[in-house]
Each structure stands twice: as structure tokens, then as C-alpha cells.
Design a protein around this ligand. Structure first.
Ligand SMILES: [Zn+2]
Length: 370
């Protein structure tokens, strides 16, 4: 088979661009390729469309991970690089844990045959993975670390062991431990969890933690509302969350207005385009604006707005019409789903964000040590 890797995947380098607009273009391209495959009329068309998709096309035409196919290897490394650098976008657009694990397993198994440049790239990936939250399949990076370790990697791990983020320090500590103890068994997910347990910690996988709406619901993060006295921006929160009827407060940032309440229950909002209120004090949300067709774009606070934006930017529409990421995670209504509404919605989000005074209603900074 002809070596057409660059023709098929040359565009994919934009997936790891630092420029969000270029990444966005690449996401849309991938989306289009997926739609093209869905529209394939014959098995040949389907096969040809699959060759151009990620990760599907990575497997076609050669065995995985063999160093004598440098072009194929470059794009397999790109797929891994994408996962470590932009894990959410990877997960939303072309997630395949089995591909990640399989590629890493193959590199690990053939490590002695790999040319120096591939070993260098892989060592770099081990270190970037250590510097971001732990994800499924990362035990394969620990295995790679053991076969690739040299003085430079030890030194870099030692530096990461002094990183201000506790999560980075923990992962660097774990890797230092597994590369330094040759008698340990091969790294497995349970070994990482055991390592944390020894330190009195439990793993919180990043995929399960974007629970912004439940954080809002429990008052752990502020909701921005309109002050009933001066119409300025006010913050609703529950300073000491807990079970039962806890005390909620609203404080205006511009006048001295303040109120508190122990709600019996929280009231929801209608989805008919009418004004949206916070569920405790029933004050109008600060972040809301009407959209075309009698709809309303709204968010509880800036973190919720960020989550909606992230979702809209990363989402792909699947052939069946469903969204790749469940919209309930950010409470997106169906009318926001069509791709052709996206630019209008992103502009609305930017306009809403611009109305929030600096520093108001920001997600509380979570110190990893607390
Ligand atoms: Zn006020």
C-alpha cells in the first residue's frame, strides 16, 4: 500500500497546536471525516473513509508501532501526544483507550528496537503525562518510564517532585518509586492506587470530576445574580455546605445588600426562554441573555459559562445525531446542539463574560493541599 500518511493526516498536527482556533479547525475536520464515513454507500468507501479517521486510520496498512515505518510512527506518537496535552478534546473527539494502551504496550515491548528519536519523544510524553491529572491507561507510561529511564529523566522527575501542584508531586513521586525499585512488579492501575493509599489518599479520576452543576447545587461555588436593591452583580453561595437545611447567603458587590435563608427546597427554572433565577433566593441570574427564536442563554456563574464554552468548542455531532459528550454534564438544552448555532452561542458567551467584574464569582482556587 502506498505511503500516504502525510496526505491522510498532515492536517492532524493542528490537533496539538497551541492556537485554539487551529485546534478548533482540526476538530471540525475530524467531524467532517466522521460524517463522510457515515455517508459511505459501499464497503470500499467506508474503508477509505476509515483510513482517514483518527484513531481508525492509525491501524491501517501496517502493524502498530513498528519503527521501520517512521511516518506511521509519527502519527501514532501524535495521537498519544494529543491525549497527554489536550485530554478533554481528545476524549471528546477521538477517544480510544484501547488504542492508547495498545500503542504504549507496543512501544514498551519493542523498546530495544526503537531509534533514539522515538525514545526521546516517548520520554517526553512520560514527563508531560506526569504533569497532568492521572488518566486511564497511564500505568503504561509508568511501564515505559522503567524501560526508558536515564539520568535526564530522573533529574526531571526530581524537579517535578518539587512542583507547586500536589498532584504533580504525587505522580512524580510514584514514577520515581517505580523506576527506582526494579523488584516491583510491572505497574498496574492498582499499584498507583496502592501508592496513594499508603499516603492516606484516594484517586479522583479527572473524568469524573467536572460536576459543576452539583457543586452549584450545593452552594460550593458562587452563583451570580442581580441585586434586588441596586441591580448590580451579587453573589449567592452556601458558605458552609452540608446536609439538611444549611444557610445560604447573598451578598451584593456594589451596595451593602445582604440576605440569608435556609431553603426548604430549591426551585428549578422553566426552559421556555423566560428569565432564569437562582434556585434559593429566586433572584434573576446575572449571566443571561435572550437568543434568536425565543431562547435564552444562561449560566449560574463564570465556571458554568466556561464549561458550556468548552463543551460547544469540543463537541462533535455523531452520525446518529447524538452528541459525543453527554450534554447533561453542563446542562445544555437541545436547541444549543446544532453546529451552525455555535458561533452565535460562543459570541453570546463572550458578551456575557465581559459583563462580570474582574474577580467576582470566580471558582474558588482549590489548593491541592487542603
Ligand atoms: Zn446591590
Amino acid at each position: 500500500m502506498a505511503d500516504d500518511w502525510d496526505e491522510r493526516f498532515g492536517w492532524a498536527w493542528d490537533l496539538i497546536s497551541e492556537d485554539p482556533a487551529r485546534r478548533d479547525e482540526a476538530h471540525l475536520r475530524l467531524d467532517g471525516l466522521r460524517a463522510a464515513r457515515a455517508a459511505a454507500a459501499t464497503p470500499e468507501e467506508h474503508r477509505e473513509a476509515s483510513r482517514r479517521l483518527l484513531p481508525d486510520g492509525l491501524w491501517i496498512g501496517s502493524r502498530p508501532g513498528l519503527a521501520r515505518l517512521p511516518r506511521a510512527v509519527r502519527y501514532r506518537l501524535l495521537y498519544l501526544d494529543w491525549e497527554v496535552r489536550f485530554p478533554h478534546e481528545w476524549a471528546w473527539h477521538a477517544k480510544s483507550w484501547s488504542t492508547k494502551k495498545s500503542l504504549l504496550r507496543t512501544f514498551c515491548r519493542h523498546v530495544d528496537e526503537l531509534p533514539e528519536w522515538i525514545r526521546t519523544v516517548l520520554a517526553g510524553l512520560v514527563l508531560v503525562a506526569a504533569a497532568r491529572p492521572h488518566r486511564l491507561g497511564d500505568e503504561r507510561y509508568a511501564r515505559l518510564a522503567r524501560v526508558l529511564v536515564d539520568d535526564a529523566m530522573r533529574e526531571r522527575l526530581r524537579e517535578l517532585g518539587e512542583h507547586p501542584d500536589k498532584g504533580v508531586r504525587l505522580r512524580a513521586g510514584y514514577l520515581t518509586w517505580v523506576v527506582g525499585n526494579r523488584i516491583l512488579p510491572e505497574p498496574k492501575p492498582c499499584q498507583w492506587r496502592d501508592y496513594l493509599r499508603e499516603l492516606g489518599l484516594v484517586e479522583e479520576p479527572v473524568e469524573r470530576s467536572p460536576a459543576i452543576l452539583s457543586e452549584v447545587d450545593q452552594g460550593r461555588v458562587p452563583t451570580l445574580v442581580r441585586c434586588p436593591r441596586c441591580d448590580g452583580p451579587a453573589v449567592v453561595a452556601c458558605p458552609v455546605p452540608g446536609p439538611g437545611r444549611v444557610l445560604w447567603r447573598v451578598d451584593c458587590s456594589e451596595c451593602a445588600y445582604t440576605a440569608s435563608r435556609r431553603p426548604e427546597f430549591k426551585q428549578g427554572n422553566r426552559r421556555d426562554g423566560s428569565v432564569v433565577h437562582d434556585p434559593v433566593f429566586r433572584l434573576p441570574l446575572w449571566l443571561q441573555q435572550p437568543c434568536d427564536g425565543g431562547r435564552r442563554l444562561w449560566a449560574y456563574g463564570t465556571g458554568h459559562l466556561d464549561a458550556i464554552e468548552q463543551h460547544l468548542r469540543a463537541r462533535v455531532r455523531l452520525a446518529g445525531g447524538g452528541a459525543y459528550l453527554p450534554a447533561y454534564q453542563v446542562d445544555l438544552p437541545d436547541w444549543m446542539m446544532p453546529l451552525d448555532r455555535r458561533d452565535e452561542l460562543l459570541a453570546g458567551i463572550a458578551a456575557l463574560r465581559a459583563t462580570v467584574p474582574a474577580g467576582l464569582g470566580a471558582w474558588p482556587h482549590r489548593d491541592a493541599d487542603t
